[in-house]
Design a protein. Structure first.
Length: 420
């Protein structure tokens, strides 16, 4: 009897302690839906509404989204569209983002009551998109769901296929964002704190945090070509490639000519940046002995299991929307290789560029799976393939021109849906 009593006392004490921590955490953890949208804050945040006459560079609302300030409760006089995706919806270093461009076009040119809510979070995948719609998006009572899939990094591995077990919170103590776990179910604020700490630890263990790296690289590139190459080689040697010789690093970097590096010169109207992660990836790829040399060669690659894993999550996300009677459209974003200027720019580094060919091949093959499952989609490759200078040369995201072009495609799709 005494053992049972001690066990009960201990259990009650543990529960009380956890609930106390959950209460204290409420003073430090952001309110819903922000805590279910992202674990780490974006680069910059502005809690107030973005004024219509102010450039929206790095403005974020109280949900941690790059967007106007939003209300959870839906205005019954407005049609609510959800944009779900990754960094292509945040807009990166550009002074615009997709939902902003769509909203601007409608506000200025068409008399309508439409609300375009941006739920784009950088560094996320189709698994995150599913839970973001399930746990946040559907609770916002949308009229339409637009899912944006980037073929450059959204394809999953074969062991990430959807399963019912992945929907269960049991067996998982803590989870990021809206994914299920025990702590998220019972103590969501404690889950946020714990997982944020784990994410930061994971980041520090797997990625080099180099103070002022972007600034240091940027300043070096203001020198004349090729005077900055030794600095870049030494930076890479010290921070990324201790096992490689300075001579080999120099050799690879010199594959890029003056024109290649000139886009990173500080000048009016330019916002291209040579980032550390990009140099790191570029060197790793260029060290390979073999690589894909053409789109036809990439189409012959056997990647069916990864495509099926990806499809499983996209299909389930579509079903979430369909089961609620909400029209759903998947927008397929092709890799930057569809932009001829981007392809020409990266000719000095063919091995690094070959990743784009692999992703473009997957993009093409994935469409066949979507057709089989009858998932509504718009292939943005059809529109971007006929234009140039729509992607940033550095990080492979849309530039201002690309955002405006895709916004027009989205608007045309909205007008078609309105006619149904």
């Amino acid at each position: 009897m005494k053992k049972i009593k001690n066990f009960l006392v201990l259990t009650i004490s543990i529960i009380a302690t956890i609930m106390l921590i959950e209460y204290i955490a409420s003073f430090f953890v952001p309110a819903w839906p922000k805590r279910d949208l992202r674990n780490n804050s974006p680069a910059a945040e502005i809690e107030d509404e973005i004024p219509s006459n102010v450039s929206p560079i790095f403005n974020f609302n109280s949900w941690g989204m790059r967007d106007y300030q939003r209300k959870i409760e839906k205005d019954l006089n407005k049609t609510r569209y959800l944009f779900i995706g990754d960094s292509f919806l945040e807009g990166g270093f550009e002074d615009t983002f997709l939902s902003y461009e769509v909203n601007k076009k409608f506000s200025l040119n068409i008399s309508s009551n439409k609300e375009f809510i941006n739920l784009g979070v950088s560094g996320t995948s189709p698994i995150d998109y599913y839970f973001r719609l399930k746990e946040v998006g559907l609770k916002l009572n949308p009229d339409y769901v637009f899912l944006f899939f980037f073929s450059g990094n959204d394809f999953l591995s074969q062991n990430e296929k959807f399963s019912e077990q992945m929907l269960s919170s049991f067996g998982k103590i803590s989870s990021e964002s809206a994914k299920p776990s025990i702590l998220r179910t019972f103590t969501p604020r404690l889950n946020y704190l714990l997982n944020s700490a784990l994410k930061n630890l994971e980041f520090s263990n797997s990625n080099k945090i180099i103070p002022n790296e972007l600034v240091l690289i940027g300043k070096s590139l203001q020198k004349n070509y090729p005077d900055f190459i030794p600095f870049l080689a030494e930076h890479l040697k010290n921070n990324y490639f201790q096992k490689y010789s300075i001579e080999n690093l120099n050799k690879i970097l010199l594959q890029g000519n003056k024109d290649f590096y000139d886009i990173y010169k500080l000048k009016e109207g330019s916002n291209e940046f040579l980032q550390g992660w990009m140099l790191n990836n570029m060197i790793q790829w260029e060290m390979n002995s073999s690589y894909i040399k053409s789109l036809d060669e990439a189409l012959k690659e056997n990647d069916e299991e990864g495509l099926k894993s990806t499809l499983s999550w996209v299909e389930k996300t579509f079903e979430l929307s369909k089961n609620k009677g909400i029209p759903f459209v998947l927008f397929l974003i092709p890799p930057a290789s569809v932009d001829k200027e981007f392809s020409n720019y990266w000719k000095p580094f063919p091995k690094y560029y070959s990743w784009n060919l692999i992703c473009e091949a997957r993009h093409i093959k994935f469409i066949n799976y979507l057709k089989e499952k009858k998932i509504p989609y718009v292939d943005l490759r059809d529109f971007l393939n006929n234009d140039t200078n729509t992607y940033r040369k550095s990080d492979s995201h849309w530039n201002v021109k690309g955002h405006k072009l895709v916004a027009k495609v989205i608007i045309d799709q909205i007008l078609k849906l309105d006619k149904k």
